[in-house]
Design a protein around this ligand. Sequence first.
Ligand code: KIV
Ligand code: ZN
Length: 386
Amino acid sequence: MAQRVLIFDTTLRDGEQSPGCSMNVREKRRMAAKLVDLGVDIIEAGFPVASDGDFESVRIIARDTRRVSVAALARACPADIGRAAAALEEAEHPRIHTFIATSDNHLKYKLRKTRAQVLNEAVEAVRLARRYVDDVEFSAEDATRTDIDFLLEVTRATVAAGASTVNIPDTVGYCTPDEFGETITRLVADVGDAAAISVHCHNDLGLAVANSLAAVQAGARQVECTVNGIGERAGNCALEEIVMVLQVRRDRLAHSTRINTPQLYPASQLLSSLIAFGPQPNKAIVGRNAFAHEAGIHQDGVLKERTTYEIIDPASVGVPESRLVLGKHSGRHALRARCEGLGFTLTPAQIDAVYRQFIALADRKKGVTDDEIAAMASASRLEAAS
Ligand code: KIV
Ligand code: ZN
């Protein structure tokens, strides 16, 4: 039996606080409804103390969302926690997510506090949050650059104070998968069943998904991630990638999610339409080229049997179909298939003629359009008839 990993979506909080990604209340509400369709377990709807708009977004999402938990972020201080609690008042399953940095770097340069002060504030924050809600998550910001003994101490103390989830963020995307796996193994062994260990990985070295996966294999029970991997700087662990790794490689990985995978692409498309940019074309799972084939050998393979070059059925992630992109690397098989798709059944001699023109054109341009192919196919038929 695969063990369930909870998907904590922070598209509307960590994602939204990055350049080009801010959303108004109406846009956040639309995205939250899509996250419910997608089947995420927890929606982090915002940081209520940050602005009136953020407060209102969290309040409305909390009011509208049933069955799924709604989380609000709060620094480890009474003002933030009170504001988060107020925004979550109408939630069916409210979660207060409170955090404070624990690394010596952040203590010295950012907070100018001692370890003892930070430990005390973390515990007080969790206690206060528990007066408002039963479900409290504590995050040790910059956990991966925190002395492991202090991280263990903070984790034990916040669990004892009432946190049911302790999140271990790789805030600056610094960790490597083996290193992160070791840290999570130690924390999970120490905490046991008293709380769930969660992870929140940033992508500064391109390792956010690999680190999250290593953590899941080491016993983490919650992954924090975002649609299209948006988030601070290089982004967060991409939701669609971690979900599909667990699904596609279930032969090796004993963990599953309850994500409704055919909603992955629609969620990605909706987010792209709400913010200033979409995923890069070669982005795994949801990029424009993720199911596109241009090389002739690949096109020939996919036309004979999709699995030769596709490990995921596009329909399973909601992508309408694979695309054979016709360019200078394409072969006759793909060109014939495209001509047929456009309504032209050509003889082998006609295909040869169209192919020669097509390659000459593709050499000069970045891509050849369907209209151009139709024009060449039609001309070859007219020539044969004359
Ligand atoms: O990256 C981080 O440390 C965060 C915390 C607030 C969870 O976003
Ligand atoms: Zn973050």
